[in-house]
Write a protein that binds this ligand. Structure first.
Ligand code: DNO
Length: 424
């Protein structure tokens, strides 16, 4: 501050909600994923990003054992003391026995339901989960250079096949790829240095943030073998068995389950994946037809397939969408993609937001208490000094800050009274 300059006794808050022309409380609920007290991006940072709500889980207990009510309460009050609300749980982990349909499944399904009930009792009623076997979200490169100098996440189909076929050497793996892909993967694997192999292996199997699944080469071979007898039909049956148990209990406690799509939305390691397409969601939502059986619309995961039309999916499944992840991808024909800028990729983000805002309006007119849909800016590139900091891949501060700001800009525009179409 220049010498001699004095701060006024009371500094005006530049984000003051008082003036409708400065900040309008509009659009979807703006939330932010936080990995708990050890997250390098703090609750205070989240406030500065302008988010209203937090998406989190008790990541320190992530093996299917129920979270204690007092641990939930402590985490909730930490969030509230920072002036935020805990609006979504992402995720309650699904124990492998549930996906495999083994004897322990009943016990772990009950644990899941108990956690959901304990959370709902404390007002946290939106519960995200996924049903991907062995690996959660998967990338092959965590620092892929973007044209503007940022570093982003990438899934490279040839690198993945190179790892699967020639490093892990999965039994029978070649049958899951075209001969041309096997050839490309072979050449790619042969060109990898030992260091590059270690980095690729860690990236693929050690577990990205938010995943309860972390493997070594030996353990992943075993886990993949455990699923040898489980095809798409079998895992779908295990998912619907789970839903038949849990959805009535969700209805009773006012919880909304929202199933996150497979990421990427196709089979990896020859494993079954049944939450990848519009038809998959239709079958899952129809299997237990209750509003409590809902979906997480992850624009980036679903958008990694050209045959998923995101705005159309919002219109089709609108009333069952309880949570939204907004990020974008630039796809390549062989299934590879990079995570692009939030507004610059193959997903038409403006059309997605317009469809979501229309859904909110519909809910409001129908008097639905849960009319407001929470969204979070999903992932962000490494920008500026985040490139030299320790961050959770995809979950650095500045890339998400930029993503949220851009998305907020779209919502502000789409809902502006001067356009004569004010949305929720
Ligand atoms: C990645 C995330 C996933 C997601 C789970 C949901 O960034 O979107 O880890 O949280 O798959 O259960």
């Amino acid at each position: 501050m220049p010498e001699g300059m004095k701060l006024p006794a009371e500094m005006p808050d530049s984000t003051a909600d008082a003036s409708p022309h400065v900040v309008r409380d509009i659009g979807l609920e703006q939330a932010w994923r936080w990995y708990g007290p050890s997250d390098p991006v703090t609750l205070a940072d989240i406030r500065q990003a302008g988010a209203q709500a937090v998406v989190t889980a008790l990541h320190e207990t992530y093996d299917g054992r129920p979270w204690a009510s007092d641990a939930i309460a402590t985490r909730k009050s930490l969030i509230e003391q920072a002036g935020l609300t805990w609006s979504v749980v992402e995720s309650i982990p699904i124990h492998p026995s549930i996906k495999l349909g083994t004897d322990e499944a009943a016990t772990y399904t009950d644990h899941f339901a108990v956690m959901m009930e304990r959370l709902a009792e404390q007002g946290i009623q939106t519960i995200c989960y996924n049903f991907m076997p062995v690996v959660d979200w998967t990338r092959t490169d965590l620092r892929y250079p973007m044209r503007n100098g940022g570093l982003t996440l990438r899934f490279d189909a040839i690198d993945f096949a190179a790892y699967d076929l020639f490093i892990l050497q999965r039994a029978g793996g070649q049958a899951d790829y075209s001969p041309a892909m096997v050839e490309k993967a072979k050449r790619r694997a042969a060109a990898l240095s030992d260091d590059a192999i270690t980095t690729l292996e860690t990236t693929i199997i050690a577990g990205l943030p938010g995943s309860e699944l972390s493997h070594s080469r030996e353990s992943i071979r075993q886990k993949i073998a455990d699923f040898a007898a489980i095809d798409d039909a079998a895992i779908f049956a295990n998912l619907t068995n789970f839903l038949r148990e849990v959805v009535p209990r969700a209805e009773a406690c006012g919880a909304r389950l929202c199933l996150h799509p497979d990421d990427p939305p196709f089979s990896l390691f020859g494993l079954p994946r049944v939450v990848s397409t519009e038809a998959d969601y239709r079958a899952i939502l129809d299997s237990v037809p209750s509003p409590a059986n809902g979906m997480t619309l992850c624009a980036g995961s679903l958008g990694s397939r050209a045959d998923n039309d995101l705005p159309a999916m919002v219109r089709t499944f609108g009333d069952r969408i309880h949570f939204v992840h907004l990020r974008n991808v630039a796809r390549e024909p062989d299934g590879s993609f990079i995570e692009s800028d939030h507004l610059g990729g193959d997903v038409d983000m403006v059309a997605v937001l317009a469809a979501l805002l229309a859904e909110q309006n519909k809910r409001r007119s129908a008097g639905r208490a849960d009319w407001r849909i929470p969204m979070r800016p999903d992932h962000g590139p490494l920008l500026l000094d985040d490139q030299t900091k320790t961050t959770n891949p995809g979950y650095s501060a500045i890339g998400r800050l930029k993503g949220l700001a851009e998305l907020r800009g779209i919502m502000t525009t789409l809902t502006h009274p001067s356009l004569g179409q004010e949305h929720a």
